[in-house]
Unconditional design. Structure first.
Length: 394
């Protein structure tokens, strides 16, 4: 590999920060049940401890996304969370309100036909804005399970209006340095219509909400065959891409490990971002967050595997020869343009990444180093025999 590529990779990795989901360290399940792991985190403190391990060995995961209901329930204060952050070396990241689990949200939250439920959802969102502000978290990350299951049962236009109003009121409560990220998902848990089903709906709602709102792209929230990198390119060109939830999937919102099924898709997404940065000279202000929860792999090991994959694919995207790509595109040399992407994708960037880790004082192989640390054996003893916590996927 030319020295310039090694340097490009080091510079790219210096800036790549990946946020970990607190819920990725807890036992989660499928619709059919939960297989618990003796080492899975059961408390917010344990989630911080485990996330701290991932950061310790990878050096690039300084923040943890929190789910308000699961991690900051009534009685837990910002000071409590801050103390955990200091103790384990990772800070609170994006704040995720939860307006999908309570019984009152059976027919939706901000889009519920009943005013009292819309009001309760709004109040939770406003509380979440306050919590985010107290924690010094920039991003309020919104995902709504709102939707309906049978044709004719919901007033789709009225619900759109209620969603827009709720987001506008939430946006109005944010401090100037905060952001609102609006996530979309085509189906599940609702199977007829979902109130925010795709990126166009998120984009419109973010624009209604106000200038600090952006779209959040969860890679698992698309129909099969959808061109996600095109969505990324469009949102970048509109300055409306706020963040990612990374995971991989084969069928639906499978929440499998990032890059496990289709690493080339992840590469194409990163390549669009790097191409945008190359052409505009701007740095895309994107929150990279992991949102996955495989319930069979060890959670901490899976997160380390994920981060290593993200770094590897990002490094490949960083060494795309963008000047040559731009020329090939303009001159309509299709094979050359395509091969420029493929060359970067097939380059073995792992030696350069190992070198970067050495320079950072990190172990060359974070997974092996974590395994050798004895952490899992220790927590297996400490955490054995305790009841499973409530956090779960719907
Ligand atoms: C949803 C979505 C949200 C996540 C919940 C738990 O499918 O991806 O981002 O917070 O699951
Ligand atoms: Mn998500
Ligand atoms: Mn999801």
């Amino acid at each position: 590999m030319p020295a310039s590529d090694t340097e490009t990779i080091a510079t790219a990795l210096n800036t790549l920060k990946i946020e970990l989901p607190s819920w990725g360290f807890a036992d989660t399940g499928t619709r059919f049940g939960k297989f618990v792991q003796p080492t899975a985190a059961k408390t917010t403190e344990e989630k911080f401890a485990d996330a701290g391990q991932v950061h310790l060995f990878t050096g690039c995961c300084p923040t943890v996304a929190l789910h308000v209901l699961w991690d900051v329930p009534a009685g837990v204060t910002a000071a409590d969370i801050d103390a955990l952050g200091k103790k384990y070396g990772v800070k609170a990241g994006a704040i995720n309100p939860n307006v999908f689990q309570d019984q009152i949200y059976k027919h939706g939250s901000l889009c519920n036909e009943q005013e009292s439920v819309r009001q309760a959802a709004l109040q939770h969102l406003l509380d979440s804005v306050r919590i985010a502000r107290e924690l010094g978290s920039r991003d309020l990350s919104l995902w709504f399970a709102d939707g309906s299951n049978f044709p004719g049962t919901a007033n789709i236009r009225a619900r759109k209006q209620w969603m827009a109003e709720g987001l506008r009121k939430t946006h109005a409560a944010m401090a100037p340095n905060q952001r609102m990220l609006v996530e979309y998902k085509p189906f599940e848990p609702a199977f007829y219509h979902t109130d925010i089903a795709d990126w166009g709906m998120s984009l419109l709602l973010a624009r209604y909400a106000g200038p600090q709102a952006r779209v959040l792209v969860d890679t698992g929230h698309h129909y099969q065959a959808q061109n996600i990198e095109q969505i990324v390119a469009w949102l970048l060109s509109e300055d409306m891409l706020g963040g990612f939830h990374f995971n991989d999937r084969r069928y639906a919102d499978d929440d499998l490990t990032m890059g496990s099924i289709d690493p080339y898709q992840l590469f194409r997404i990163f390549a669009e971002i790097r191409f945008f940065e190359f052409e505009t000279g701007k740095t895309a202000d994107i929150a990279y967050m992991v949102d996955q929860s495989h319930n069979l792999k060890n959670k901490i090991e899976e997160m380390i595997q994920t981060v290593m994959t993200a770094q590897e694919i990002y490094a490949k995207a960083a060494i795309v020869d963008f000047p040559a790509l731009a020329r090939a595109q303009n001159e309509q040399r299709l094979i050359d343009a395509e091969n420029i992407l493929k060359d970067a994708f097939s380059t073995d960037v792992r030696p350069a990444i190992r070198g970067w880790r050495r320079a950072q004082g990190l172990a060359e192989d974070p997974l092996a180093a974590f395994r050798a640390s004895g952490y899992l054996e220790r927590v297996a003893k400490e955490r054995a025999g305790r009841a499973s916590a409530g956090s779960s996927y719907a």
